[in-house]
Design a protein around this ligand. Structure first.
Ligand SMILES: C[S@@+](CC[C@H](N)C(=O)[O-])C[C@H]1O[C@@H](n2cnc3c(N)ncnc32)[C@H](O)[C@@H]1O
Length: 329
């Protein structure tokens, strides 16, 4: 009986892992543009020789693709990619979400696989922002779709004349605000030169993008802003430094000033599984920090002279919240 139980346990793990195969397959396909290579029916031999790939390994990838439904055999030894994979997992497609596969498979999974080593040595990895900042800035734009509407509502209600987006990435939020409020003064601050360069290509020249560190910017800025955005940013700052960060926000904000924070929250009502995993990833790095909780945000905000005006989930299963702070009168 116990042998049978063991066999069932082993089988359960195999089964659980089946989903991973789909992700792996999609990732390889995205990375090497393989779904595009099979947009029209093609044989493995021809495709391998045209694109200089190992035909044996390509055959194996195709075999998996057929099994997980990413490809289908069209007869005469030819294969064709599923339309959905061409649309969503191809670099050329404007609707591609493949970059998320890159982030998961090149950043998150390798970190999690290092866990035994890290646990035993109590060492941490270094998050290589120069390697990943473009991927991360781009994957953040998926969340933007859910978050932009409440941000625009907040802007409509608060009517800020000047807004600063800290860690602005590709300036998606500022661009949306600019379209609705072309007279509002908009400043984005971004550390990564590669991200800044791309952002400048993407956005209106009305948005003033400053390359540099947030703290340096906040300490040297001598104007006043009415709203600060800190979206997907807090985990770059140590928990014990966040109240100080909020103090710096308060210094550059006008009397009626407000802050919008977007961040996954631990110990919140929604998304505990996701935020626990996200926290694991953060803690494995020496230069990334644990996620805040609703209580820690309230405490840090209060200490810096803000009150929490709202804390609403944006993506429940991911534990992502929009938190709005107002300067206390
Ligand atoms: C996760 S992305 C989020 C981008 C954007 N705020 C959004 O929510 O879509 C965080 C961005 O903050 C930038 N960043 C991190 N630490 C920074 C710092 N100390 N100063 C300026 N930018 C920083 C990163 O380079 C990255 O582009």
């Amino acid at each position: 009986m116990s042998e049978l139980q063991r066999m069932i346990q082993a089988r359960n793990w195999m089964k659980t892992n089946e989903n991973f195969l789909e992700t792996w397959h999609a990732h390889v396909g995205y990375d090497l543009n393989l779904f595009d290579r099979f947009e029209s029916p093609a044989s493995v031999e021809d495709t391998a020789s045209r694109f200089n790939l190992s035909s044996e390994l390509l055959q194996r990838w195709v075999d998996v693709g057929v099994e997980v439904g990413h490809l289908k055999e069209t007869g005469r030894g030819k294969f064709k990619a599923n339309k959905k994979m061409i649309k969503y997992a191809s670099k050329a497609s404007s609707e591609s979400v493949g970059i998320l596969l890159s982030e998961m498979m090149e950043l998150h999974i390798p970190t999690l696989l290092k866990y035994p080593e890290l646990l035993e040595s109590d060492e941490r990895l270094t998050y290589l922002s120069e390697k990943f900042s473009e991927i991360v800035a781009e994957t953040s734009t998926f969340l933007e779709k859910a978050a932009v509407s409440p941000i625009l509502k907040w802007v409509k209600k608060e009517k800020p004349d000047a807004i600063i987006d800290l860690g602005c990435g590709y300036c998606g939020y500022l661009s949306s605000i600019h379209r609705k409020h072309p007279k509002t003064e908009l400043i984005g601050v971004e550390l990564s030169p590669e991200v800044v360069e791309k952002a400048r290509e993407k956005v209106s020249s009305h948005i003033d993008i400053r390359e540099g560190d947030i703290i340096d910017f906040l300490e040297s800025y001598d104007g006043k802003a009415d709203m600060i955005m800190a979206h997907n940013l807090l985990y770059y700052f140590k928990p014990e430094d966040r109240a100080g960060l909020f103090h710096r926000f308060a210094r550059v904000l006008s009397k009626q000033g407000s802050v919008t924070i977007i961040c996954p929250l631990v110990k919140a009502k929604h998304g505990a599984a996701f935020t626990a995993a996200f926290n694991t990833f953060m803690t494995a790095h020496s230069n990334l920090y644990p996620l805040p909780s609703p209580d820690s945000i309230k405490k840090d905000a209060k200490e810096a002279g803000f009150r929490v005006a709202g804390m609403k989930p944006l993506i429940r299963e991911g534990g992502w919240y929009l938190i709005t702070l107002k300067k206390k009168k």
